[in-house]
Design a protein around this ligand. Structure first.
Ligand code: SF4
Length: 257
């Protein structure tokens, strides 16, 4: 018991010094996909056929990170290792179409809100989280942002219990029919102006549930979305990086995508 208390006493509150220092994610982390088209074999569609969510199209090759579960099946199915996933975790985008990546198109990181909204929310943002039929993975990793390592509150961003005290919604889940009305009522309860963040493949496109009659394939079918954060679930650094970019707190593009 004493040793535990002594160890705890030696610890200090130490948020990771992001964004001054970039975190190094583990080898098994799958981030921004990269295709070396010169390695592709003619007529090969192995990656597209392996994908459970139809996120990949060939001829021309493109991968929709808004549908991607980052499961790695396409990478395993690719015989010449043309397709790989980098450890680049900065993946959030302002526009849905920006999540579609290809060898020809450089991925565009999320831009800041317009000047008026950035001035309003840039130093203080309160979000109400709505799980619109989520499996709790995206919700859990959003919750992690409140822990000491990430400490989202040091940037003035916090989750609140009531939409009436919020500046916007962070929505997870594919928007099930059972949650549609609750989501819309919660959005209505947030005072103007307000923002919406779609976090995770389900909230962006329906993810693995897309096409099922009980789900609505993502939040932008009902609400204007200001930020799309891909992943299944998005890594907490991905979510935090996206929120900071949306608020205009981070503007630089990555050095070598
Ligand atoms: S990693 Fe993404 S694109 Fe590749 S098979 Fe899985 S869901 Fe499809």
């Amino acid at each position: 018991m004493w040793s535990v208390l002594k160890a705890r006493a030696k610890q200090t509150a130490k948020p990771y010094p992001y964004p001054q220092r970039l975190p190094v994610l583990p080898q098994r982390f799958r981030g921004l996909p990269s295709l070396d088209a010169s390695r592709c074999q003619e007529g090969c569609q192995a990656c597209a056929e392996a994908c459970p969510t139809d996120a990949i199209q060939v001829a021309p090759w493109q991968l929709d990170m808004g549908r991607c579960l980052f499961c790695g099946r396409c990478e395993e199915a690719c015989p010449p290792h043309a397709l790989t996933f980098t450890r680049e975790f900065r993946l959030a985008a302002r526009k849905r179409e920006d999540l579609v990546v290809s060898p020809e198109k450089q991925f565009q990181l999320a831009q800041a809100l317009d000047r008026e909204l950035a001035a309003l929310f840039g130093r203080s943002l309160r979000l109400r989280q709505v799980s619109a039929g989520g499996c709790n993975a995206c919700e859990a990793d959003a919750n992690v942002l409140g822990t000491v390592t990430f400490d989202m509150a040091r940037f003035g961003v916090q989750f609140v219990a009531s939409p009436r005290h919020a500046d916007g919604l962070l929505v997870t889940g594919p928007v099930t029919e059972n949650m549609r009305e609750a989501l819309l009522a919660t959005y209505e309860a947030v005072p103007q102006p307000k923002i919406v963040i779609a976090s995770g493949a389900c909230a962006i496109s329906g993810g693995p549930f897309a096409g099922f009659p009980a789900v609505h394939n993502g939040v932008d079918k009902f609400l204007p979305v200001n930020l799309y954060v891909p992943g299944c679930p998005p890594h907490p650094w991905t979510l935090l990086d996206g929120i900071l970019r949306l608020l205009g707190r981070l503007r630089e593009q990555r050095e070598n995508p």
